[in-house]
Design a binder for this molecule. Sequence first.
Ligand code: DQQ
Length: 584
Amino acid sequence: MSVSKIAHVLLLLLVLISVNSNNGVKATHKVFKRFQSQSVDRVGPLHRTAFHFQPPMHWINDPNGPMYYKGIYHLFYQYNPKGAVWGNIVWAHSVSRDLINWKALEPAIYPSKWFDIGGTWSGSATIIPGKGPVILYTGLDKNATQMQNYAIPEDLSDPYLQKWVKPDDNPIAAPDETMNRTAFRDPTTAWLGKDGHWRMLVGSKRKHRGIAYLYRSRDFRKWVKSKHPLHSKQDTGMWECPDFFPVSLTDRKNGLDFGYSGPNIKHVLKVSLDLTRYEYYTLGKYHTDKDRYEPDGSSPDGWDGLRFDYGNFYASKTFFDSKTKRRILWGWANESDTVSDDNSKGWAGIQLIPRTVLLDSSGKQLVFWPIEEINTLRGKNVRIKNKKLKSGQRFEVRGITPAQADVEVTFNVGSLEKAEPFNPKWKNAQDLCNMKGSTEKGGVGPFGLITLATPDYEEYTPVFFRVFRDATAKKPKVLMCSDAKRSSIRTDDGNEPKEKMYKPSFAGFVDADFADGRISLRSLIDHSVVESFGAKGRTVITSRVYPERAVTKNAHLYVFNNGTQPVTVESLSAWSMKKPRKMN
Ligand code: DQQ
């Protein structure tokens, strides 16, 4: 091996080690044989969520084929009908009129033909104008070769589209000899080019290079791989669940459909990195003449890329809601406790609250916000105005159910003079959050919410900001953390000696200018999940947590300031959240 090759491999190893040590959301495809043979005999209710999407029992992972068709929202998802670990995967299917109240149907797609007998893995839905929806999904044959298939509704007059047919001319795309046959999956929603041809992407890798292969078709049946992939990036490993869509530079309210082309748009390419189980996206230009995508210089294309969510969030997928003209994001949050625990509680995995996706006014990142329909679940409300928090002070938010709540708060920090200097060596937000935590006094911050807490802080999950002065930039450097380190007193009791509950100090930097001294935070708290939106959705972090004492009526919610600089809670509104009903 040449010296440069050795240096390259070492660099890659270093990147992997550092990235892995900061993440490690649990792998999905690991097969836990011992647990696979066990079926669920009871469901542990303690940490089940109330208003998140979750089937009555068993394992779930990626959201698949979300779509809106003739008045109905459809959500399919990867589901193990037999147990609480990954395996036996089918496409479970639920429908809703409002994305909140759901009705579960029979699985839509399950292994039955030679081209999917080894597995029915992730994919997307496309609505063909004048014809109806088509699902593209990955099937595995008996040798575990991955290939792309299509399925169509058996009866288009059934409003719920319950039965799906897999025609015999499948597969529509199989790996050729230049491709990796076990790394070829997760087709995107297809889009129509100006030439009248459909396009879709399929995630893959060659050696360490992540790849989004592009396929074209005139009739949606015969698909041809284009000469070049849409995009690829060295040393990023397998790209799972790619997602590719346009966003408007000028329209701050509406999303754009997949095939939209016109002036004042950018494109987003998101990939889910199998190696580390986190995702990143770039903003860039889609050169439709060459069918190639080029990320903007300002969007890091690799491990340091921008993220939809800096926490427990994976295999996400967007769809265009033609009813309300929104682009809506679904993402899956795996459990963070041990596999034995998942098995004994009889369920694992939730879908997070769908989020709208828009381009930020800076044009340099996306912003996310829980869909407004979630507000229909808001119940009892408490409000607090203009409350000053001196250094080291906290107050409790009383009068709502803290384990099942929606909280919106706007802080005003006044001046940033006392902000600590930012050390340019601090490259990684999660390391920084882990190092400083929520109790080490800073100048401006840490301040924020303390969710799912016991009054003595034996257990607590703080979500907070810490503001630094950045000598090299005009703006302050703002760190946002959702720190699960002290979320549970449970000592790991998994049967496997190496199993440990995963309690990371998830964090991201926030592009907030504090021009008026203000920064906002919203957290959706639901028993074992805290989804937090900083600075109106510029940075989003999801944590899964498993308190032992801070549960149901014994959970508390606080607002705190551990910075030297006083902070004012300009306004706070918190709601108890209701459970959705079944769709009727
Ligand atoms: N999960 C699916 C795959 C996909 C992975 C299998 C991502 O299609 O690559 O359950 O979590």
